[in-house]
Design a protein around this ligand. Structure first.
Ligand code: DQA
Length: 138
């Protein structure tokens, strides 16, 4: 299986960014663990703080990979462009969020990703990503 995790803006700061909400593990530490645990799965990783770069990456992987795990972070709530990119590509996308966005500000209750996602995993901390990987294995 060839999967990719795509993380949006500010997620490069995981581990030091608002640890009460997002935890104290860095994403690289987490990714190492997950790659060891799922060594039979090919898991690529991409992070960008730039909306257009995320769209470019979706175009690049969206016709060949078997699954995309997308945490578009703040762009989730604003980006018609990323939503349209998901409509354009063929690879199924699972939307993930670390925090429970529905237990937070109203503006986080809107998602341009959800209508174009195969499924949504929200609020399980970094485990949200692992659950998304498992969803592609079953
Ligand atoms: C997030 C939730 C978003 O509302 C926020 O802008 C993020 C992270 C999450 O994983 O909990 O940056 O996507």
């Amino acid at each position: 299986k060839k999967l990719i995790i795509i993380n949006g803006p500010n997620l490069n700061l995981l581990g030091k960014r608002e640890p009460a909400i997002y935890g104290s593990l860095t994403f690289t530490e987490f990714l190492d663990e997950i790659k060891n645990k799922y060594s039979n799965v090919d898991i690529d990783y991409y992070q960008s703080n730039i909306e257009g770069e995320i769209i470019d990456k979706l175009h690049e992987v969206g016709f060949s990979y078997e699954g995309i795990i997308l945490n578009a972070a703040a762009y989730t709530h604003t980006s018609v462009g990323i939503g349209d990119a998901l409509k354009a590509i063929g690879t199924p996308v699972v939307e993930v969020h670390i925090s429970n966005t529905f237990d937070r500000e109203d503006f986080r209750h809107v998602s341009y990703i959800s209508p174009n996602a195969k499924g949504i995993i929200v609020g399980f901390g970094l485990q949200s990503y692992e659950l998304a990987i498992q969803s592609f294995l079953h």
